[in-house]
Design a protein. Structure first.
Length: 158
């Protein structure tokens, strides 16, 4: 892979993570600021709103707000990671993929596969994070990222 191709791939990964981070940080803020019913309706948007309206124990709202906090900080970390990836910081590729990828994995397993969400925005964001991780892996395996040299040497030794 030549230097120009590697730079374009890193910039694309950076943009994907920044977009993912903005969407999730905003979702976190809205989850914390809204009522418990509004938060559930926003997250589980594939469920009819009338089925989610009701009185919730304050502990349920607190758990939802903790989820909102996790979306907020996770979005912030991936925004920062995207900026660092744009600047060609290879460590940021790994950290951002772990934070964004693991947050999105929970969403995929419990909400996407559970059938509780619509395609937009949730499933699209799953595809965005998966694309960022796949492109990062491709860049790592075939690019010039120093952190990946040991992995490439291992692959070549087998």
């Amino acid at each position: 892979m030549n230097d120009r191709t590697q730079l374009v791939m890193l910039r694309l990964v950076a943009i994907l993570w920044i977009v993912w981070g903005i969407v999730h940080a905003l979702a976190g803020m809205l989850t914390i600021a809204g009522s418990t019913a509004d938060g559930f309706q926003a997250i589980a948007d594939g469920v009819p709103a009338a089925e989610l309206v009701g009185e919730y124990h304050p502990a349920v709202g607190a758990v939802l707000n903790q989820h909102g906090w996790n979306l907020l900080w996770g979005g912030g970390v991936t925004i920062a990671g995207g900026i660092l990836i744009w600047r060609q910081d290879n460590t940021a590729i790994w950290v951002t993929a772990m934070v964004g990828g693991l947050l999105e994995l929970g969403y995929l397993v419990f909400l996407d596969l559970g059938g509780f969400v619509n395609l937009v925005p949730g499933t699209v964001m799953t595809l965005v994070s998966a694309s960022a991780i796949a492109l990062s892996g491709w860049e790592c395996l075939f690019g010039k990222a120093e952190q990946c040299l040991a992995l490439r040497r291992y692959r070549g030794a087998r």
